[in-house]
Design a protein around this ligand. Structure first.
Ligand code: AGP
Length: 607
């Protein structure tokens, strides 16, 4: 979603700001802009990619050793240059970039207009610039501080002014902001990945905190302007993390990383002697864990699909009731929760606004919370009572792939961990650990279906609707397969429990509507095969994903993709691979921008 980078130091600000903002490009945006301070404000904006902004700057770079930069994902107002950030106050004394949403912007705008202020954009952000200007006398920090209480909603913002050269003021409420500390220079960003290689260490701002940056100084202040002792974290950054290598797209690179990612999610967590798993950061001792009698898993998108599989895993191995809730719904409900219910937030980015709000709401009501998260230092990772990291490495492609399989791996281990304190036998625990350890190789083997999937994509990439059908452990995979296809190829796709078809969706089936059937062997194999026959009888083309040794389905399906035979609870891990590759190849053939699909953002930081 929107990105912020700020710099104040002795070097030219523009190249540093552009490099930083380019690192956040994968998050999704539709326009970009930059302001430097050099006696006065210099501003350049462009609609479209950062490449357009670079061309707008070509030959006419903006001088100055401090500045702010932004990528905008439109919420209020169309995608236009006027609506791109930074936004300026009427007198040109203030430039602001902002992530988040100002919910009362309309009322504030009318108030400011009544005082004679003219607006140049349709955005909610512009009110912030005018509001700060209305408080500005001879202290920018004070003007920002006085403006903040009027803003209802969420913000991560950065403010500069030529009247206060080399000064950047930042503020956070509900939208992440990170200060980067350097020598003789300081940085600000909405995500630490923009700062790698520049800042040596970082400070994560908390809600209701401000930061004041000059090249030599960094202060973190509370709402009363009291200076706080903020915790400084080392910034670990490996430049190779963003390297595409031989791959055409990050999504493909990340699909291929999955065997190693699963291995990393398992590493150091297996306790073979006790036939269980260990988690460093859970912050719950064995007694507390035994008292937990119910889990609520809350998440969005792909992470929600992982949670649905988690429900099956906990039911099977820990005999524990699990409810899975969309975070955007859960945060506004008021379900009865007793003290032995744990709320588990599952999130790749750790910044998804709804998941964060669901966690905060649960904490407010006294629930213990756990975060299953990929990004260390993210808001959710910092706010939960216990955390479990995915160790999947940065996921750049907007379509989540490796984070999903890492989530499934971690959820399986967690189910074993809880299960071994309850009903799960030593033998069963030991068997699961053995089977899990075989998964990196099984996924490596599955990746061999790549060429075959690419051929199948040729046949179906003109479809306008596709159905994804599975049962039990593979029903959430049907949802996930459909989501992958939708988000990167823009083909309408629906995932259903295979037997639900008869209750309505089967009306969609005709010779132009392919169905992807997930039929690896298992407890409901025969049932799924009957559902497959029902679609076939109505002329619907069938792509089956099945075990290599399954000759029966081969005779029924129009196309078949083989996956290795693994235990039923691990089938989601191998089945995910052809689904990801199918979406990838169909999108490729349709000429879609795979890593930056239209309208989407990598981390959704507005509700
Ligand atoms: C996945 O392909 C999506 N881009 C999206 O659904 C994503 O999973 C969702 O926004 C949740 O993100 P999170 O895991 O970072 O919280």
């Amino acid at each position: 979603m929107c990105g912020i980078v700020g710099y104040t130091g002795r070097r030219d600000a523009q190249p540093i700001l552009l490099e930083g903002i380019a690192r956040l490009e994968y998050r999704g945006y539709d326009s970009a802009g930059l302001a430097t301070v050099n006696g006065k404000l210099y501003v350049r904006k462009a609609v479209g990619r950062i490449a357009e902004l670079r061309s707008a700057l070509n030959g006419q770079p903006l001088a100055g050793t401090s500045g702010i930069c932004h990528t905008r994902w439109a919420t209020h107002g169309n995608v236009t240059e006027a609506n791109a950030h930074p936004h300026l106050s009427a007198d040109g004394a203030i430039a602001v970039v902002h992530n988040g949403v100002i919910e009362n912007y309309d009322a504030l705008k009318r108030q400011l207009q009544a005082q004679g202020v003219n607006f140049n954009s349709q955005t909610d952000t512009e009110v912030i610039a005018h509001l700060i200007a209305s408080f500005l006398k001879d202290d920018l920090v004070e003007a920002v501080r006085q403006a903040l209480p009027s803003l209802k909603g969420t913000y991560g913002l950065a403010v500069v002014s030529p009247r206060f050269p080399n000064l950047i003021v930042g503020a956070r409420l509900g939208s992440p902001l990170v200060v980067g500390l350097g020598e003789g220079e300081n940085f600000l960003a909405s995500d630490s990945s923009a700062l790698g290689g520049y800042a040596k260490s970082v400070i994560y701002l908390e809600d209701n905190q401000m930061c004041v940056l000059t090249p030599e100084r960094c202060e973190v202040l509370d709402a009363d302007r009291t200076r706080l002792d903020a915790e400084i974290h080392a910034l670990d950054w490996a430049p190779a993390d963003n390297d595409l290598g031989a791959f055409a797209h990050y999504m493909l690179k990340e699909i291929y990383e999955q065997p190693e990612v699963i291995g990393r999610a398992l590493a150091g967590r297996l306790d073979v002697a006790e036939a269980t798993a260990h988690f460093e950061g859970l912050n719950l001792d064995a007694n507390q864990l035994r008292q937990v009698d119910r889990l609520i898993m809350t998440a969005c998108g792909t992470s929600y699909h992982a949670a649905l599989i988690g429900e099956h895993l906990f039911e099977q191995f820990a005999r524990m009731p699990v409810e899975v809730e969309y975070a955007s719904e859960f945060r506004y409900r008021n379900p009865p929760l007793d003290k032995n219910t744990i709320v588990v937030g599952i999130t790749q980015s750790g910044e998804t606004a709804d998941t964060l709000a669901a966690i905060r709401e649960s904490k407010r009501k006294g629930q213990r919370t756990i975060g299953i998260c990929n990004v260390a230092g993210s808001s959710i990772a910092r706010e939960v009572d216990g955390d479990v990291y995915l160790h999947a490495g940065p996921e750049i492609g907007v379509a989540s792939t490796k984070a999903f399989t890492a989530q499934l791996t971690v959820l399986t281990l967690l189910a074993v961990h809880f299960g071994r304190m309850r009903h799960l036998s030593y033998q069963a625990g030991a068997r699961i650990l053995d089977e899990l350890q075989a998964m990196p190789d099984a996924v490596r083997e599955t990746l061999k279906c790549h060429d075959q999937v690419a051929r199948i994509a040729q046949k179906y990439h003109h479809a306008s609707t596709m159905l994804y059908l599975g049962r039990q452990y593979l029903y959430p995979l049907a949802l996930e397969g459909a989501l992958k296809l939708k988000e990167i190829s823009y083909i309408h796709a629906e995932g259903y429990p295979a037997a639900e078809m008869k209750h309505g969706p089967i009306a969609l089936v005709d010779e132009n509507t392919p169905s992807v059937f997930l039929v690896p062997h298992g407890s409901v194999y025969d049932k799924v095969m009957s559902n497959l026959e029902e679609i076939k009888a109505r002329g619907g083309p069938i792509i089956a994903i099945a075990c290599a040794e399954d000759k029966h389905v081969e005779a029924k399906a129009d196309d078949i993709i083989h996956v290795p035979s693994v235990p039923e609870y691990l089938q989601p891990l191998v089945t995910a691979i052809p689904l990801q590759l199918l979406a990838y190849h169909i999108a490729l053939l349709r000429g879609c921008d795979i890593d930056k699909p239209r309208n989407l953002a990598k981390s959704v930081t507005v509700e």
